[in-house]
Design a binder for this molecule. Structure first.
Ligand SMILES: NC(=O)c1ccc[n+]([C@@H]2O[C@H](COP(=O)([O-])OP(=O)(O)OC[C@H]3O[C@@H](n4cnc5c(N)ncnc54)[C@H](OP(=O)(O)O)[C@@H]3O)[C@@H](O)[C@H]2O)c1
Length: 300
């Protein structure tokens, strides 16, 4: 089976490496071609455009920032649509709007092609170690057909139902993650304000009831003054924007009457979105999400 990967950023590069390590034949495309070099050295083939990549791949994996980027790579000039052959499968692994995922899958079906929405969780480390959580929406038989590919990338691979359900599940994941980041940053900032030693504080609390992925993986980075991404603050804000859009749709769906009902029903989503918007406005968007603590520190 010939695979193609489009998007060699923080996540896409190590994911492509793991597919090569698992023995798949792989073509790659990235907007900035130079990022492909380490993968070409490992045996990947370069495709000059998404259309070229689609022409020679049975299964195409995309991992790009946002909905418009995925739409451009799928259906824009020299996009996947121009090259994909009937029977081709797209595994779309970016975090994008669930309704867009459904729309893209329907359009691909016009060419007798399939699309799974298969967003991931577990961060750069999960991508490097091949331990991602992958939540998959789409046709169940196509999911089973693609499992050997997904197993090279992740550990917890769950079929969540029809097209769009993978992205809906990911939005639930992202709301919980964002609130955990806020909790971690605010908690550590309180420790600073109380004059506590952060390293001792972390040792004392990180195995108790306050334990979380964020506390284990991101808090140590704060202690080391390491604010490199990982997962960029700008991308977390994008995910919270998608969460809010999904909430608004769900509230409308339930025919709730008051316009601001979603704000009352999901106050945590509103708070996290506001904080991440403020962080981006203060120029912190390219930091890893642990950089949210900088917002607190600047205001102290
Ligand atoms: N980082 C994480 O921890 C993490 C975890 C889970 C899920 N995710 C999700 O995974 C996706 C990718 O995240 P990432 O952290 O890998 O992002 P990233 O490091 O910013 O990489 C994005 C990649 O997409 C390419 N790209 C951007 N816009 C494009 C466009 N319009 N057309 C073609 N290519 C384009 C970039 O190309 P260039 O090289 O030319 O810039 C780059 O290769 C996002 O949806 C994110 O929410 C990320």
């Amino acid at each position: 089976m010939r695979l193609g990967v489009i998007g060699l950023g923080t996540m896409g590069r190590p994911m492509a490496r793991n597919l090569l390590k698992a023995g798949f034949s792989l073509a790659v495309y990235n907007r900035t071609a130079s990022k492909a070099s380490p993968l070409l050295e490992l045996g990947a083939a370069w495709a000059p455009s998404p259309a070229d990549l689609a022409q020679t791949s049975d299964v195409i994996l995309t991992i790009l920032p946002d909905t418009p980027d995925v739409e451009a790579v799928l259906f824009g000039p020299k996009g996947i649509w121009e090259g994909i052959r009937p029977g081709g499968i797209v595994i779309e692994m970016s975090t994008i709007a669930p309704d867009a995922a459904v729309r893209f899958a329907r359009r691909l079906a016009e060419k007798a092609c399939e699309m799974l929405d298969a967003p991931v969780s577990g961060g750069e480390r999960g991508a490097i170690e091949g331990t991602l959580a992958i939540m998959v929406g789409g046709r169940e038989d196509i999911f089973h057909q693609c499992l050997p590919i997904l197993r090279a990338l992740g550990q917890t691979i769950v079929y969540t139902g029809p097209s769009g359900n993978g992205q809906k599940t990911k939005l639930v994941n992202q709301l919980i993650c964002a609130l955990n980041i806020v909790a971690m940053a605010e908690g550590l900032h309180l420790a600073e304000m109380l004059g506590l030693d952060l390293e001792i504080t972390l040792r004392a609390i990180s195995q108790g009831a306050a334990a979380s992925w964020m506390l284990s993986n991101l808090a140590p980075k704060i202690l080391q003054n390491d604010f490199a991404p990982g997962f960029k603050i700008a991308l977390q804000r994008k995910d919270l924007r998608l969460v809010r859009e999904a909430i608004r749709r769900a509230c409308r769906h339930e025919a709730l009457e008051r316009a601001d009902r979603e704000r009352e029903a999901f106050p945590g989503a509103e708070l996290a979105f506001r904080l991440f918007c403020e962080a981006v406005a203060e120029g912190l968007g390219e930091l890893g999400t642990q950089g949210l603590i900088t917002l607190y520190r600047r205001r102290a």
